[in-house]
Ligand binder design. Structure first.
Ligand code: MLT
Ligand code: ZN
Length: 463
């Protein structure tokens, strides 16, 4: 509970209508997409300018209050969960497009702009913002930056980090930093911008960003292939990427396809059932790319890697094929899945996946595991579905042991416990499997430099 005095000071900063204290509002703003923690913030504020954000942070320092920054709350690791009486600072009102420059092909915008709005803004000007994922309709650009969001086009365009050329942030001490200012080249020492990208709200509140845009791709074709076994997916990746610039190379298991077709009513890509499916996308500016793709498809069939396939013949069909992959995440919420978001080098994936499969099947036989992910990036989403016999608490506890064992395997394979979703609350106990004690010590020290009183998103990333 906040004191009357703090409530009155917050009201002075943001205005009475922008200070939310009702239970329903606190619930709404206090959680992300995870279902493990209960929202319990003491207040939600909706600042309208970077100066208001700054004043809230200064007040929090003075009165020793914790802050949870909040964007679209589509995160999957608890990074935006406020469970311990924190003040949620929601960026929804910083939602303006501020400055577009066609020569630099960049746009400055508020952190609260919805990702899809940025994509549309670019398209309307004959340009392209290439970071794309299923929740672009509600995620905010500030949250994308704070988590260095990845998605389905990373193989071609990289992660959010690649597209951020400027940032305005309020750090934990309440100071405003204007970082890199839209420059393409700027070798003037430490690039703090990149520290804030992916810092999960632990160093500062991202208020404004300048985003590089690019030329839109030519029309694209989608190919879905039914694949005989996991190592064969990588053979397919190897031969296709040797000849064609892929903009996506995704995969999902038969179990994932069954769930998405049953629950969303989507049509199967073809009748043949195969253990795995790969979804490839590539630009088809000319006929010769399609000819190469067909020839590669035939090679893959002859080698016995691919058992069936379908090539999109229209934009509508391409979109329908994408839905088979993109709707998996939403479909699985029905089972309150425990999400693992892991990566290893692409070349090590078959051995790694075999070991994880053996581990889960041997030690946790009552768990149903659904595999999908961005295989071209070495990023696997391993979702464990909750058996009806287990309560949510029992299930989460058991999954915690699975994660620790997978963490040990990841350490052996020199992989990452979080490829793209971030660490948040969900994975902080496993951080040491991916980062050395020295690295974690340095991260804590860096946090103290930018957030000396440790008021920003406490308990996220590490304790
Ligand atoms: C995806 O690849 O679909 C997203 O990262 C979401 C998820 O893993 O569930
Ligand atoms: Zn993903």
């Amino acid at each position: 509970m906040l004191s009357e005095q703090i409530i009155s000071r917050l009201t002075k900063i943001v205005g009475a209508e922008r200070l939310l204290l009702e239970a329903g509002e606190l619930q709404h703003f206090g959680v992300d997409r995870t279902t493990i923690w209960r929202a319990n913030p003491s207040a939600v504020v909706l600042p309208g300018t970077i100066e208001e954000v700054q004043q809230v942070v200064l007040l929090a320092n003075e009165c020793n209050l914790a802050i949870v920054p909040s964007g679209g709350r589509t995160g999957l690791s608890g990074g935006a969960v406020a469970k311990d009486g924190e003040i949620v600072v929601a960026m929804d009102r910083l939602n303006q497009m501020l400055d577009f420059n066609p020569i630099d092909r960049c746009v400055s915008l508020g952190a609260g702009v919805i990702t899809a709005q940025l994509q549309d803004f670019a398209a309307e000007r004959g340009l392209f913002y290439p970071v794309d994922f299923a929740s672009t309709g509600s995620s905010q650009i500030g949250g994308n930056i704070a988590t260095n969001a990845g998605g389905i086009n990373v193989i071609r365009y990289g992660m959010t980090r690649e597209w951020v050329i400027g940032l305005k942030v309020v750090n934990g001490a309440g100071e405003i930093l204007n970082l890199n200012r839209g420059l393409v080249k700027n070798n003037t020492g430490y690039d703090f911008r990149h520290l804030f990208i992916g810092s999960e709200g632990t160093l500062g509140l991202i208020c404004e960003a300048t985003i590089q845009l690019t030329r839109p791709p030519a029309a694209s074709t989608v190919l879905v292939l039914g694949i005989d076994n996991f190592p064969a997916i990588l053979d397919v990746l190897r031969v296709f990427s040797a000849e064609i610039d892929l903009s996506a190379f995704e995969f999902f298991s038969q179990a994932a396809l069954d769930k998405v077709t049953e629950h969303q009513g989507h049509v199967k890509p073809f009748e043949t059932r195969t253990p795995f499916y790969a979804l490839l996308e590539f630009e088809t500016a000319n006929e010769s790319v399609l000819e190469s793709a067909m020839a590669l498809f035939e090679t893959c069939v002859e080698e016995g890697w691919v058992l069936d396939g379908v090539l999109s013949q229209s934009l509508a069909q391409a979109k329908a094929l994408w839905k088979l992959r993109e709707d998996i995440s939403e479909t699985l919420w029905h089972w309150q899945p425990y999400k693992n978001d892991i990566s290893v080098r692409v070349s090590r994936m078959p051995d790694f996946l075999r070991e994880v499969d053996e581990l889960v099947a041997g030690r946790y036989p009552d768990f149903e595991v659904i595999w999908y992910g961005h295989i071209g990036d070495g990023n696997l989403h391993l979702n464990i579905l909750r058996p009806e016999t287990l309560s949510n608490e029992e299930f989460v506890a058991k999954c915690g042991s699975v994660s620790a064992e997978i963490g040990q395997l990841l350490a052996k394979y020199e992989g990452s416990i979080s490829a793209e979703h971030g660490v948040g609350l969900l994975k902080k106990d496993y951080l040491h499997y991916s980062r050395s004690p020295l690295e974690i010590k340095l991260m804590r020290e860096i946090k103290k430099v930018f957030d000396p009183n440790l008021i920003l998103n406490p308990g996220k990333l590490f304790d």
